[in-house]
Write a protein that binds this ligand. Structure first.
Ligand SMILES: C[S@@+](CC[C@H](N)C(=O)[O-])C[C@H]1O[C@@H](n2cnc3c(N)ncnc32)[C@H](O)[C@@H]1O
Length: 244
């Protein structure tokens, strides 16, 4: 067996073992929960703009983008734009003509201006509106016409009903081999104090929406290998691989 294969096999064995280590996995949840008191996920930037993610998830998104080489990445919920710049810069690195669609109900004018001045803005198309509005979906459809490989990231309103609607509306754009990534499913695994002054919480969040969606949709499967290796993620059960 060559060295590369041996390395991969060893990694797989270790990741599997790690996923069965209950005390380590509890420690991970405690880390996510306790650090959220200090708004840990707000503290990072990508090429100058805030990206509200755990660094671990960002690294794995890079792996997915390299693997899928998407023509278009659609993100619902863009906040301060760092994630859009991250996706745009990855697509530029791929050397393709890929672009990013960012959908947000509230694109604040200062965030929009900063985005527009950014060197990677030429790969970004913004849509202001709710991600589940008919008009928004029509605009998205126009932009992705004739595009084959679409990667979808859902990170907007995290309530069960909203995410379930997003899954039903955006998952059809994704074809075999690509993914829908649903962020903030971690809410289900956190103490109720994790979410403050939001309409979502335990039993009403992206994870419960994913579970509901998968009851009737056989095209997608939770990619457990990703979260097992991540150990620390905001998207447990949220890396959905399109398998047919
Ligand atoms: C968690 S933040 C997104 C973080 C961003 N993806 C990042 O990685 O930096 C959630 C965003 O979702 C937006 N949002 C809330 N409800 C929405 C809806 N119905 N449709 C689209 N965007 C929405 C909010 O305005 C906010 O900017």
């Amino acid at each position: 067996m060559n060295d590369v294969k041996q390395f991969e096999n060893r990694n797989s064995r270790m990741i599997k073992k790690m996923s069965n280590d209950k005390s380590l996995n509890n420690l991970s949840k405690k880390l996510i929960s306790d650090s959220s008191k200090y708004e840990y996920s707000y503290h990072f930037k990508w090429l100058g703009l805030p990206i509200i993610q755990l660094p671990q998830d960002v690294l794995v998104m890079q792996e997915l983008i390299w693997k899928i080489k998407p023509d278009v990445i659609i993100e619902t919920g863009i906040a301060r734009g760092g994630s859009l710049i991250f996706y745009a810069s990855m697509l530029k690195l791929l050397g393709t003509t890929g672009f990013v669609i960012g959908v947000d109900i509230d694109i604040r004018s200062h965030n929009k201006k900063t985005l527009e001045r950014h060197p990677f803005y030429n790969r970004i198309k913004l849509i202001q509106g709710s991600s589940i509005d008919t008009k928004t979906i029509q605009n998205v459809k126009k932009l992705i016409k004739n595009k084959k490989k679409i990667l979808v990231v859902l990170d907007s309103n995290h309530s069960h009903d909203h995410v379930l609607q997003e899954l039903n509306l955006y998952a059809p754009f994704v074809k075999k081999g690509s993914y829908v990534v649903v962020f903030d499913s971690i809410v289900q695994d956190m103490p109720s104090s994790f979410v403050k002054k939001r309409p979502w919480g335990i039993d009403n969040n992206p994870k419960t929406a994913i579970w509901e969606f998968l009851k009737t949709n056989q095209r997608f499967k939770i990619d457990k290998d990703i979260e097992n290796k991540l150990l620390i993620t905001y998207a447990p059960d949220g890396y959905l691989k399109c398998i047919k």
